[in-house]
Design a binder for this molecule. Structure first.
Ligand code: MG
Ligand code: ZN
Length: 381
């Protein structure tokens, strides 16, 4: 035993001698460089926004849903700071403009910066590069969150002007309420008719969604309500089925990939109303859709899924004496709050979403992941 250790010692001593000699003879030019780590690039991005979904909403929603949520399946989690350019407490317009265009702006701004100058959105950049694009919401489609991805307006409530901006794009697929802002307007234009003659298939809530013809060679719009869609608890049930058909539609639209934003809009409205049941039923509707998207992305393998909120609404908290089956909740506000907001990511490029960052960084990370044009992108409207 002792002998073999000695032998081994001698041997290793000799090997070291040899190696040392060898190194001295190595030509510096032949030394292999350290490989630069490559970041996986997704082909598609699906950004899902639960409006007003803070950690309180998410936790209560999870317990309400039998102590489970699709968000538990996400491997990467970060936090974003939601503050607006002019206020610590953001509104949905400034927040969505930060996600869409990477700028901090004032509350009420739709796709414009602090000086009301239009800022190009990730959806517009994606469209410019030949990707297919889509927007789905459970509010009107001209409401602050979806509007900030496609429109540029100094004030969020200029709904008819925002609807007009849809005409400047070639968005492939959209679904949401607000039909009246398209077809019963002050300027008496019927934008839905105009879209139809531009090659869109237009479908609305009078037809059951399953009976809407979807032709992959044409663009598609589904107007889900005349004004605001109903709450899920009153029978609204389109978020998951429409998202379900949007995925293969956008995926097959062309070879360049797609960008899709899906919003669970009314979690926020439950918060404003200080109505726990409203929050929880809207969360479950959104969570179900997140689950479908995540399972689709797992099979696809080229899709980055990001789930976050624009801000928290209501200062919603779970109180003492609660049990998993019976939540006692309370609110500190009927407006939004400033707590940091969780970000969940899955798929190629998801690793960049861990950590704490500004909400504008979500735009930066998406643009980098899809290798979109990141040159200065403000323009006069
Ligand atoms: Mg919203
Ligand atoms: Zn709100």
């Amino acid at each position: 035993m002792i002998r073999s250790i000695l032998l081994l010692g001698l041997l290793s001593f000799c090997i070291q001698c040899k190696t040392a000699t060898k190194i001295q003879t190595v030509d510096q030019d032949t030394v292999a460089p350290i490989a630069i780590p490559t970041v996986d690039k997704p082909k598609n991005i699906i950004l899902m926004i639960g409006d007003g979904m803070g950690l309180g909403q998410l936790t209560a929603g999870m317990y309400y849903n039998g102590n489970k949520t699709a968000l538990e399946k996400f491997p990467v989690i970060g936090l974003h700071k939601s503050h607006a350019g002019n206020k610590l407490i953001t509104d949905s317009a400034a927040a969505a403009t930060s996600f869409a265009s990477g700028v901090k702006t004032y509350n009420g701004a739709i796709g414009v910066d602090m000086d009301t100058v239009a800022v190009e959105t990730v959806l517009e950049k994606a469209e410019k590069k030949g990707l297919a694009t889509g927007l789905i919401a459970t509010s009107t489609i001209v409401h602050a969150t979806p509007a900030s991805f496609i429109s540029h307006n100094k004030y969020r409530k200029n709904y008819e002007e925002i609807a007009l901006d849809f005409m400047d794009t070639e968005i492939d697929f959209f679904a949401g309420g607000g039909k009246k802002f398209f077809d019963r307007r002050e300027d008496e234009r019927d934008l839905l008719k105009e879209m139809e003659s531009n090659g869109y298939i237009i479908c609305n809530y009078l037809t059951d969604y399953d009976n809407c013809p979807i032709d992959p060679s044409k663009n598609f719009a589904y107007l889900t309500a005349d004004a605001d869609p109903l709450p899920a608890s009153q029978g609204r049930d389109y978020l998951e089925p429409i998202t379900k058909s949007a995925l293969p539609y956008l995926d097959n639209k062309n070879d360049n990939g797609f960008f899709l934003m899906v919003e669970g809009s009314q979690i926020d409205w439950g918060g404003h109303a200080n109505n726990s049941e409203y929050i929880l039923t809207e969360f479950v509707d959104f969570d179900k859709t997140v689950n479908h998207v995540l399972e689709w992305a797992k099979k696809d393998g080229e899709t980055l899924v990001i789930v976050t909120a624009d801000h928290e609404t209501g200062g919603y908290a779970i109180q003492q004496e609660s049990t998993m089956d019976s939540l006692i909740t309370a609110f500190t506000s009927t407006y939004h709050t400033a707590v940091m907001i969780p970000v969940f990511a899955y798929g190629p490029g998801s690793a960049t979403f861990s950590g704490i960052y500004e909400n504008t960084a979500i735009f930066d990370k998406m643009v980098r992941a899809l290798s979109l044009d990141n040159s200065p992108s403000t323009f006069k409207k």
